[in-house]
Design a protein around this ligand. Structure first.
Ligand code: FAD
Length: 508
């Protein structure tokens, strides 16, 4: 009996139990499909990276003795649709059985469940063996209660014995070291550049271009920097743990002109395509703490991102269904200004954050949350349009992780299911956490004037126009008290400045 096993582009885990034995009755297939490249406008590096990593994976499976059928984008037999390709191959190899690893997205889940209706033989999904949690873990844990990352995270630490003492207490006597982790970087310690392995993928980029696949952003196919297989991902991980984890915590929210990576790990692409597992990444960091080569605040901060946030948003995604995509609590409708596609805006923080997103298909979480997401929310951009942009632009963007982060955490479009208050900030925050404001065309200290930073008036305008929805949130009471301290004239001038900006949002 022949079995066809489908490996998706984000399931490149050579340690999966599927591969422990060579079985001639099993044909593995990977496929480059237009349906997958075209469902959103992706960054060119994302398409190139996924195709290159899939090709690398297929070659290694082949070399290890597995039977592999690779459907490339230029293969005349390619029907360019996952389901159709799978059925065609199942027929070609006369398979009685199709197996797949559970996908991470509703979109693909629905697609694969269709196979059951269309294929006469057996169709079976197996675990991808990647996450700490199951799809339903979050809904079981929270039930009808308010979702809170902190509760979830503590439970995960306890359940998996990560950074825990033998007496059941968290290492260092506390769960969270955030107060040590919010510093700007002013040159106190030297920046350690990440180790980047360069690949030349010009030939593959040519194939992608010839296939006429639309994309955004810059692609330097001759010097492609993202890890493309498990060995490379482990090299990135080791270098991060040895050289950069040390300062990760302290400067994880910092932003510095022309320094897109700072002390971040750059592991999200490798993690989300499953080249490496979250467990081994976490255990590597914990070991550095045990060995005394990285401080607890850095290691805990890093573990929190992966064991906490990453697993939490995945559980949240599965608990909230397909309807979540349409949430729009503030009914924001503006389309994205042109500068989302070019980075050409007079606001220096946005020019930096968007510019590096377009250059590298990467930005760290504060750029995503407090620069780009903040501006999108303050300018009243459609959360769906914003989400599509995030899903396309980042090398690590897959719906299960991108949507809760963008629609929930960043745009508060779910009205507070994921975040307890909107993440918005005025220029004071940007100036505190970065060196972007000095030298910007706008003045970060001004509010009403023509050269005042747009974030300032927009910040107050946002709270003002949404006061019916937000005033009752006790975490915002300070903000509304501060608003009351402005006199009538100031309030009117701020609102007027904001209206002018909103009418002119394309050219800010
Ligand atoms: P580091 O800063 O080194 O963090 C280590 C790891 O922690 C990351 O690799 C990632 O796996 C995990 N992590 C950190 N924060 C989060 C988070 N909020 N949610 C889930 N995992 C997290 N991450 C994605 O992987 N894909 C996305 O599409 C994505 N979209 C985002 C959209 C918005 C609006 C925001 C605010 C955050 C988003 N994130 C997303 C989370 C975070 O920005 C990226 O994981 C991180 O910037 C990747 O860079 P890094 O590997 O250097 O991460």
């Amino acid at each position: 009996m022949t079995t066809l096993r489908l490996i998706l582009g984000d399931q490149l885990n050579p340690c999966h139990s599927w591969f422990t034995a060579i079985d001639n009755q099993v044909v593995y297939t990977l496929m480059e499909c237009r349906a997958e490249t075209d469902y959103v406008l992706h960054h060119g590096q994302k398409i190139l990276g996924i195709f290159a990593a899939m090709r690398d994976f297929a070659q290694r499976l082949n070399a290890a003795g597995h039977r592999v059928h690779y459907l490339s984008i230029d293969d005349p037999m390619n029907l360019n649709h996952l389901e159709d390709n799978v059925l065609q191959l199942a027929e070609q190899y006369q398979c009685q059985r199709i197996e797949y690893q559970e996908p991470d997205e509703w979109r693909v889940d629905l697609l694969l469940s269709n196979l059951k209706k269309r294929f006469a033989g057996a169709v079976m999904g197996v675990s991808s063996e990647h996450f700490f949690t199951e799809r339903q873990t979050g809904s079981e844990f929270f039930g009808q209660k308010q979702w809170l990352m902190e509760r979830f995270y503590r439970r995960m630490r306890q359940e998996h014995g990560i950074l825990m003492e033998d007496n059941g207490e968290p290492c260092g006597g506390q769960w969270n070291f955030d107060e040590q982790n919010r510093e700007p970087w002013r040159g106190e310690v030297a920046l350690v550049p990440p180790l980047l392995i360069e690949h030349n993928h010009e030939a593959l980029w040519q194939i992608i271009s010839t296939a006429n696949i639309k994309s955004m952003g810059q692609v330097d196919a001759k010097h492609f920097i993202w890890p493309l297989n498990r060995e490379e991902a482990l090299t990135y991980l080791d270098h991060f743990i040895e050289q950069r984890l040390l300062h990760f915590g302290r400067f994880q929210d910092a932003m510095v002109l022309d320094q897109p990576f700072l002390f971040h790990s750059l592991l999200s692409f490798a993690l989300n395509t499953k080249m490496i597992s979250p467990r081994e990444v976490i255990m590597g960091a914990v070991e550095a703490y045990r060995q005394g080569t990285a401080p607890l605040n850095a290691v805990e901060g890093f573990v929190r991102q992966i064991l906490g946030w990453r697993e939490y948003v995945r559980c949240f995604y599965w608990a909230h269904g397909l309807e979540y995509q349409a949430v729009n609590y503030f009914n924001h409708q503006r389309q994205l200004p042109e500068w989302f596609w070019t980075g050409k805006t007079k606001m220096r923080c946005l020019a930096q954050a968007i510019g590096q997103s377009l250059d590298h298909a990467y930005a760290h979480h504060i750029h995503r949350l407090m620069i780009i997401g903040n501006a999108a929310l303050l300018f009243g951009l459609s959360p769906q349009a914003v989400s599509q942009w995030y899903l396309g632009v980042y090398i690590d963007a897959f719906e299960w992780v991108e949507q809760p982060n963008t629609l929930g955490m960043s745009q508060f479009a779910d009205g507070g299911l994921l975040a307890t208050k909107p993440y918005v900030a005025s220029a004071a925050y940007v100036n505190r956490m970065s060196n972007y404001c000095k030298g910007c065309s706008y003045q970060f200290k001004l509010r009403e004037e023509e050269n005042a930073c747009p974030l300032n008036a927009l910040y107050w305008h946002f709270h003002y126009i949404h006061r019916d929805q937000l005033m009752k949130n006790h975490r915002l009471s300070m903000v509304y008290r501060q608003w009351q301290r402005f006199d009538e004239r100031q309030q009117q001038a701020i609102l007027q400045r904001a209206e002018t900006l909103l009418n002119d949002w394309q050219t800010c």
